[in-house]
Design a protein around this ligand. Structure first.
Ligand code: ADP
Ligand code: MG
Length: 904
C-alpha cells in the first residue's frame, strides 16, 4: 500500500502534517500535486492529470503547475475556498546528497493571503475567530476577533448574549458581528463546528470557509500568552482586555493560526484594538442587507449602494476604510462632531480639498506594503513605492501646514498632519540603497544603487571591465586575423566564444581552441577570453547574491519601522475618507446634520442618496420627516404600490446613518439624535436559500426588532404581514405597531397597505397618519412621491390593472368574488392590492358583468367556507387584540395556520 519511491514517501510524510490542504510539492521548476490533490487541482484548474511511477508497478496521479505561474493558480484555488501548503526544496539539489530536503514554507488560506495579486485592493480580507467561554459561575460569553493579515488591522470584542441564553444562543450573539465583517475564513474550536450560528454563517456567506482549529489555542491562558509574546507585553490589560476572556481567547487563537500559516512572526499585527458593541450603531444583518450599505444583495456588487455614493477615495487604504466607516457608524456625539468638523472644513476649502486629493493619488498602498515588508514578501518595487509615498506625505504635510493658517484647523485634520510626520531615515535609506526602477525579481541582481555598497561597486566595475574587454574583442580579432565576418557571441552552455565561418577557417590562428562545430562555422575560445569570462560571470554571480543580501537587510530595517509606517498609512486613509465625504457633500449639495444626544429625527427635504444619483439631478422628490420622543414618534404611512413608501423609509434610515458616519446628508437641513440601533425590515426579501418561508422570515425579523429595539432606536417597518393572508397579516401588523408604540417607545416609520390600520391613530397618542398619493389626469396616473398628513382611502387600481393588462374577464370575476367576500364579512380589512385594483377596474360595468345571482359561482362561493376557515374567522373576530402580547398573537396566528392546514 505504501509507496515505495523515496520521494513519494517524503511526500506522504509531509502531506500527513497538513491535513485538509492541497500540498504543492516543489520538484524542479514545478509544483507537483499527487493523488487526490492532483485530481482536485486538475479538475479545478483544468490541467492535465498525469501520473508518476510510485514503485511496485503503481502509478500516482499527478498534476503539475509551473513555478513561475503559480501565483495565478494558487489564487484561483484560494478563491474557491481551498487551503494550500507550499512545500519547497530547502537545499540546493545540485549539492544535496540523496533526496533533497523539503519543507512547507507557508500555508495559504483564504483568510491569510497577503500577496497583492490575490487581493482586491479596495477591500479588506478578513480572517475571524469565534470562541465561547464558560466562566466559573459567570455566564457564557462569546468572543469574536478579526484581522486583515495584509494590512495588520486586528480587532477583538466580546458579545454578551441576552440573559438566560446558553449554548447555541450564545454563539448566535456573535453572528451579527461575523456577518458584518464577512471574513473569508472563520476559525472555530471543534465544539462550535456544527453550531447553528456557524451553520447560518455558512449559508449566508457561502464564499467563506470555516476552519476548525485546535481547542487548545482557544484556552484563555494559552491565548493570553500567545498575545503577550506577539506584542512583547507582560499582560493583556494594556489593551483593555481585563475581564474579557472570550475576546482574549478569540484573538489569541487567531494570532496563533496566522503565525503558523505565515511561518513568520507577523510583526504587522503589532497591536489589537478592543471594541464593544456599544461603540457603534447596531445594524442587524437583515437591516444591512435591506439598506444596501456596502453591497447589493442580488449580486454582491457595490453599485447602487451607499458606499457607491460616498466612496470618492483615491487610495486603496481610503477605499477600505470608508467601507469600514459605513459599516460601523459611530455612537458618540463628540466623535461624530469631530468627523463632521473635518468634513466641513474640507467642504468649505475646495482648494485645499482638491490639492489634498491630487496628492493622495500619488500615495501607494503603504499599509499592505508594510504588511509584505513584515512577512518578508515585499520586493524592491514595493520598497521604492513606499519611499515615494513617504516623500509625498512630506509634501502633503508641508502644504497643509502652509495653508491651514491661523484659523486653527479641526482636531482631526491637525492629528492627521501630526501623524504624517516625515520618516526620512526610512525613505532616505530606501532611496539611497535601491535603484529607482528595480526588476520584479530579487535574485538576479540589478537592485542596489551605485555608491551604496563598496563591494557591489567593485564587483560591478570588474564585471564592466570584463564586458568591455569582450565587446572590444570582436573588432581587435577581426583586425588581427583578417577575418571580416568573425563574431564574438555567448551561449549558456559554452559561455563566450569566437565564431568563424567555414571558408575562413584557414585563417584561424593557432592559439584558438576549438569548442563547437556547426554546419557552416566553428566556435573557438582563447585562454584570455576564458579569464575575462570568469571575471564577468563570477562578478555577476557574486553580485546577485550580494545584492539580494543587501536588499533583505534594507527590508528588515524597514520592517523594524512597520508600526510607524502603519500609523501614517492609517492617517492617509482617514484623510482620504474625510476628503471623499467632503467631495460628495460639495458635489451633491448635501448639508451638515446637527447631531445631538436626544431621541429626535427631523429632516427637511430629505433625498435618498442612491436613488437621487440613479435618477439624475432634480428628478427626486424630497420629503420632510419629523420624529421625536415627546410628540409624533410613530408615522404610519399608507399609500398604493409604487407610491414611494419604501423609499421614504430607506431615505430616513440612510440619512440617519450617514450622520452617524460623520457625513453630510442629502437634505436641506437635518437634526439627527444619537441612535443605538437602526432596524429596517421589508417584505421584499425572501430567504429562499435559508429554506425558510417568507412569512417565517418576517416573523423572526419582527421578533428580533421587538426584542432588541429601545427608545433610542430607529425602527423602519415596511409592509409587515405581506407574507400571509390578510387577516393574519393585519393582526400581526397592528400588534407589532402597538407594541412598538406602547412598550418600546422607539422612533418608528411604519408603512402598510392596510387602510384599516390608520384608525389606530385615534387610540395611540404618538402615532400620526401620513400617506403618499398619486393623481389621475386623463386616465394617466402620476405618482407625487409626497409624504402628506392623513391616511389614504383610495387606491388607484383602475389604472394599475389596466397598465398590467389583465384580461377583462379576470377583472370582472375578481370583482364578483370581492363583492361576495364583502357581503360575507363587512368588517373585512381593506387592502390596496392588485385584487381590489382589478375589481375596481370593472367598476362602471358591474351590472353588465352580471354580478349577483346570474353568476353560478357568485355570492354563494363565499359561503363555501370550510368549517376550519369559519373557525379561524371567528377566532380572529373574537380576539382581544389590544390585550395580547405580540408573542401571544404570534402563537395564535400559528395555531390558526395549523387549523387551516390540517383541514385542507
Ligand atoms: P412603494 O414602497 O410605495 O411601493 P417605492 O418606494 O418602492 O414604492 O418606490 C417605487 C419607485 O418610485 C422607486 O423605485 C422610484 O423609482 C420611484 N420613487 C420613489 N420615491 C421617489 C421620489 N421621492 N422621487 C422620485 N421617484 C421616487
Ligand atoms: Mg414598498
Amino acid at each position: 500500500m505504501d509507496a515505495t519511491t523515496p520521494m513519494l514517501r517524503q511526500y506522504k510524510d509531509i502531506k500527513r502534517q497538513y491535513p485538509g490542504m492541497l500540498l504543492f510539492f516543489r520538484l524542479g521548476d514545478f509544483y507537483e500535486l499527487f493523488y487526490e490533490d492532483a485530481e482536485v487541482a486538475s479538475r479545478e484548474l483544468e490541467l492535465v492529470l498525469t501520473g508518476r511511477d510510485a514503485g511496485r508497478g503503481e502509478r500516482a496521479p499527478m498534476c503539475g503547475i509551473p513555478h513561475h505561474a503559480s501565483t495565478q493558480y494558487i489564487s484561483r484555488l484560494i478563491s474557491k475556498g481551498y487551503r494550500i501548503a507550499v512545500c519547497e526544496q530547502v537545499e540546493d539539489p545540485r549539492t544535496a546528497k540523496g533526496l533533497v530536503n523539503r519543507e512547507v514554507v507557508r500555508v495559504i488560506t483564504p483568510g491569510t493571503v497577503t500577496d497583492g495579486e490575490m487581493l482586491d485592493e479596495r477591500r479588506n480580507n478578513y480572517i475571524a475567530s469565534v470562541s465561547l467561554i464558560r466562566g466559573g459561575g459567570r455566564r457564557t460569553v462569546a468572543g469574536v476577533a478579526f484581522a486583515d493579515v495584509s494590512t495588520g488591522e486586528f480587532f477583538t470584542t466580546q458579545v454578551e448574549p441576552d440573559a438566560g441564553a446558553a449554548g447555541a444562543a450564545v454563539a448566535s450573539a456573535a453572528l451579527p458581528e461575523l456577518l458584518r465583517v464577512t471574513p473569508s475564513e472563520v476559525l472555530v474550536p471543534m465544539a462550535l463546528q456544527n453550531d447553528p450560528a456557524i451553520r447560518t454563517f455558512r449559508q449566508q456567506c457561502p464564499a467563506s470557509i470555516v476552519t476548525v482549529y485546535e481547542e487548545r489555542a482557544f484556552a484563555p491562558d494559552e491565548a493570553a500568552s500567545t498575545m503577550m509574546r506577539q506584542f512583547g507585553v507582560a499582560s493583556v490589560s494594556g489593551f483593555g482586555l481585563d475581564g474579557m476572556p472570550a475576546a482574549v481567547s478569540a484573538a489569541g487563537a487567531l494570532l496563533r493560526y496566522v503565525r503558523e500559516t505565515q511561518k513568520s512572526t507577523v510583526a504587522q499585527l503589532s497591536s489589537v484594538r478592543v471594541y464593544r458593541a456599544g461603540d457603534y450603531v447596531s445594524i442587524d444583518p437583515s437591516t444591512r442587507r435591506n439598506l444596501e450599505l456596502v453591497r447589493r444583495d442580488q449580486d454582491g456588487s457595490r453599485r447602487a449602494t451607499l458606499l457607491w455614493v460616498l466612496d470618492r477615495t483615491v487610495t486603496a487604504m481610503g477605499a477600505r476604510t470608508i467601507t469600514a466607516w459605513i459599516e460601523r457608524p459611530l455612537r458618540n456625539v463628540a466623535a461624530v462632531e469631530e468627523r463632521l468638523n473635518a468634513v466641513g472644513f474640507l467642504v468649505d476649502s475646495p482648494q485645499i480639498r482638491m490639492r489634498l486629493r491630487e496628492s493622495l493619488r500619488q500615495v501607494y498602498d503603504m499599509e499592505r506594503i508594510a504588511g509584505r515588508v513584515s512577512t518578508g514578501s515585499a520586493n524592491a518595487r514595493d520598497l521604492v513605492a513606499l519611499a515615494q509615498s513617504l516623500e509625498t506625505l512630506g509634501e502633503i504635510r508641508s502644504f497643509l501646514l502652509r495653508s491651514l493658517g491661523e484659523a486653527g484647523p479641526p482636531a482631526l485634520i491637525r492629528q492627521i498632519v501630526e501623524a504624517i510626520a516625515p520618516l526620512e531615515d526610512v525613505s532616505g535609506l530606501i532611496a539611497r540603497a535601491i535603484i529607482e526602477d528595480p526588476p520584479m525579481t530579487l535574485r538576479d541582481g540589478g537592485l542596489i544603487r551605485d555608491g551604496y555598497d563598496a563591494t557591489v561597486d567593485s564587483l560591478r566595475s570588474s564585471s564592466r571591465d570584463g564586458k568591455s574587454w569582450i565587446s572590444r574583442l570582436e573588432q581587435s580579432e577581426r583586425e588581427a586575423t583578417g577575418i571580416k565576418s568573425l563574431k564574438v557571441g555567448f551561449n549558456k552552455v559554452f559561455g563566450y566564444y569566437i565564431e568563424v565561418t567555414r571558408p575562413n577557417l584557414h585563417l584561424v590562428p593557432p592559439h584558438y581552441i576549438r569548442r563547437q562545430t556547426l554546419t557552416d562555422a566553428e566556435r573557438f575560445v582563447t585562454p584570455e577570453l576564458k579569464d575575462r569570462e570568469s571575471q564577468v560571470l563570477g562578478a555577476q554571480q557574486n553580485l546577485s547574491e550580494l545584492e539580494y543580501g543587501i536588499f533583505c537587510d534594507v527590508r528588515d530595517r524597514v520592517a523594524a519601522r512597520c508600526a510607524e509606517i502603519q500609523k501614517r498609512a492609517r492617517a492617509v486613509a482617514e484623510a482620504d475618507c474625510l476628503a471623499s465625504l467632503a467631495e460628495v457633500a460639495a458635489e451633491c449639495g448635501y448639508s451638515r446634520p446637527a447631531v445631538l444626544d436626544e431621541a429626535v429625527i427631523s429632516i427637511k427635504d430629505g433625498r435618498h442618496p442612491v436613488l437621487e444619483k440613479v435618477l439624475g439631478p432634480e428628478r427626486f422628490v424630497p420629503n420632510d420627516i419629523g420624529l421625536d420622543a415627546a410628540g409624533q414618534r410613530v408615522l404610519l404611512i399608507t399609500g398604493p404600490n409604487m407610491a414611494g413608501k419604501s423609499t421614504i423609509l430607506a431615505t430616513t434610515g440612510l440619512i440617519a446613518l450617514m450622520a452617524h458616519i460623520g457625513s453630510y446628508v442629502p437634505a436641506a437641513a437635518a437634526t439627527i439624535g444619537l441612535l443605538d440601533a437602526v432596524f429596517y425590515r421589508t417584505g421584499s426579501y425572501e430567504d429562499l436559500s435559508g429554506g425558510r418561508s417568507t412569512f417565517m422570515v418576517e416573523l423572526s425579523e419582527v421578533a428580533g426588532i421587538l426584542n432588541s429595539a429601545t427608545a433610542r432606536s430607529l425602527v423602519l417597518v415596511d409592509e409587515l404581514g405581506r407574507g400571509t393572508s390578510t387577516y393574519d397579516g393585519m393582526a400581526l401588523a397592528q400588534a407589532a405597531l402597538e407594541y412598538l408604540h406602547d412598550e418600546v417607545g422607539c422612533l418608528t416609520l411604519f408603512t402598510t397597505h392596510y387602510h384599516e390600520l390608520a384608525q389606530v391613530e385615534r387610540r395611540l397618542a404618538a402615532v400620526r397618519n401620513f400617506h403618499v398619493t398619486a393623481v389621475e389626469k386623463n386616465g394617466e396616473l402620476t405618482f407625487l412621491y409626497r409624504l402628506t398628513p392623513g391616511s389614504v382611502d383610495r387606491s388607484y387600481g383602475v389604472n394599475v390593472a389596466r397598465m398590467a393588462g389583465l384580461p377583462r374577464e379576470v377583472i370582472r370575476r375578481a370583482q364578483v368574488i370581492l363583492r361576495s367576500l364583502e357581503e360575507q364579512s363587512p368588517s373585512r380589512p381593506r387592502q390596496i392590492s392588485l385584487l381590489e385594483t382589478a375589481a375596481a377596474a370593472g367598476g362602471g360595468e358591474r351590472s353588465a358583468g352580471g354580478a349577483g345571482g346570474e353568476d353560478p359561482a357568485g355570492p354563494d362561493s363565499a359561503e363555501r367556507l370550510t368549517p376550519a376557515e369559519a373557525e379561524v374567522l371567528a377566532a380572529i373576530r373574537g380576539a382581544d387584540v389590544n390585550n395580547m402580547t405580540p408573542m401571544e398573537s404570534l402563537a395564535r396566528l400559528s395555531e390558526m395556520q395549523k387549523t387551516l392546514k390540517e383541514s385542507g
